[in-house]
Design a binder for this molecule. Structure first.
Ligand code: S3P
Length: 424
């Protein structure tokens, strides 16, 4: 994929549906009684992996153009999978489904691609085992493939060492099948879509500070879910609009749940011209975002905001390289265990473009404002890396050539078309 410098980006876009919310709508729809109708569902490869897993467990899921119908069979309606559950590249599918599978009456196996086979699963195996689950890493390396023999589960309180919505959600979902209340406390609040949507489907989830708890055996009812645009996908157009000269981009209906919207705060700290229009607080909060070219300055990204922008850090690193002054990103060691080691991969590729960047144990230090030039980028098949460097390519001199650039299909199949649609 070759990206060239753009003189201006202008226009209006509706970014695809939120990935986290799309996964959960299918999962909770499958566990509900009756039909769940999902509009603006993300047709990315990760969410399609979730659909394929539930189909293998006997759930009828219809896919129309922009609408998904999940014909749920209730909390105890899943059946023994017709084969190994293929989670593809999706950490969310793996970790959330494991919570559901732990309390079933059947055994199952989960496996995925080379990247998923390196991602840490002990973080879910530890709390699930404490609940009485029987979950094993088949190669005994703490990663997928996983074998899960369904068991009767106990309610526990779990103090999670990581602020991870996947860990929290896994434990809460197992808690639906437990014999008492299950709660999770995390060091900082991670995205709370599971809590919001489980309540919407009829479960009793209580949140206080960084603790969420769930009552077992709820009756879930099929619902209509309108998925907002994914702020993690909007991030690339926010950055492209800010960095490209003479630009004005309107992004419609973007999810701005505070547990996800850390990027907006950091952009404002960097001096960005972003206006929120048409804000809505019905269900998940949303807004239209108006982005205009801005001169950015460096900032510090650390502490409790990290989980609210963890997937946007590759894009923030690129923005920081174009900004004046130094940006320090710390407390972000989770980046090392994403679809790639995002600290190493961002440092490697930004250096190829001429940036002054140093990797640390838990983040990066970027001395911005050095002129960046075109380069061959290795995406390491990480969708967020590929899209971040596509934005870098619209701003720098020369051509950015992204190896493995079609991995954007994981979360944003039409990404390059949408980017070029704004080109003037
Ligand atoms: C997600 C949680 C985050 C995020 C991922 C999606 C979710 O992962 O990085 O892209 O949908 O729950 P962690 O829970 O590992 O932080």
């Amino acid at each position: 994929m070759e990206i060239r410098k753009q003189s201006s980006l202008r226009g209006t876009l509706t970014v695809p549906g939120d990935k986290s919310i799309s996964h959960r709508a299918v999962m909770f729809g499958a566990l509900a009684n009756g039909t769940t109708k999902i509009s603006h569902f993300l047709e990315g490869a990760d969410c399609l992996s979730t659909i394929s897993c539930f189909r293998k467990m006997g759930i009828d899921i219809e896919r129309n153009k922009d609408e998904i119908l999940v014909h749920g069979k209730g909390l105890h309606g899943l059946c023994t999978p017709s084969g190994i559950l293929d989670v593809g590249n999706s950490g969310t599918t793996t970790r959330l489904i494991s919570g559901i599978l732990a309390g079933q009456k059947f055994s199952s196996e989960l496996d995925g691609d080379d990247s998923i086979r390196t991602r840490p699963m002990k973080r879910i195996m530890t709390p699930l085992n404490r609940m009485g689950a029987d979950i094993a890493s088949i190669r005994d390396n703490g990663c997928a493939p996983l074998r899960i023999n369904g068991k009767n589960l106990h309610g526990i309180h779990y103090d999670s060492p990581v602020a991870s919505a996947q860990v929290k959600s896994c434990v809460l979902l197992a808690g639906l099948y437990a014999d008492g209340i299950t709660s999770v406390t995390e060091p900082f609040l991670s995205r709370n879509h599971t809590e919001i949507m489980l309540n919407y489907f009829g479960a009793e989830v209580h949140s206080e500070g960084t603790t969420a708890s769930v009552k077992p055996e709820p009756v879930l009812d099929g619902r209509e879910v309108k998925v907002p645009g994914d702020i993690s996908s909007a991030a690339y157009f926010i950055a492209a609009g800010l960095l490209t000269p003479d630009s004005e981009i309107l992004l419609r209906n973007v999810g701005i749940n505070p547990t996800r919207a850390g990027l907006l705060k950091i952009c404002m700290d960097m001096g960005a011209d972003i206006t929120l229009l048409n804000q809505s607080t019905e269900g998940e909060p949303t807004a239209d975002l108006l982005i205009r070219t801005s001169s950015l300055k460096g900032t510090i990204v650390e502490g409790e905001i990290i989980p609210a922008l963890i997937d946007e850090i590759p894009m923030i690193a690129v923005m920081a390289a174009f900004a004046e002054g130094t940006t320090v990103i710390r407390d972000a060691q989770e980046l090392k265990v994403k679809e790639s080691d995002r600290i190493a991969v961002m440092v490697e590729n930004l250096r190829r473009m001429g940036a002054d960047i140093e990797g640390t144990d838990d983040g990066m230090i970027i001395h911005g404002g050095k002129p960046l030039h075109g380069a061959v980028i290795d995406s390491h098949l990480d969708h967020r890396v590929a899209m971040s460097f596509a934005v870098a390519g619209t701003v720098c001199d020369g051509t950015v050539d992204i190896n493995g650039g079609d991995c954007v299909k994981i979360s944003y199949p039409d990404f390059y078309n949408d980017l070029y649609s704004l080109s003037k």
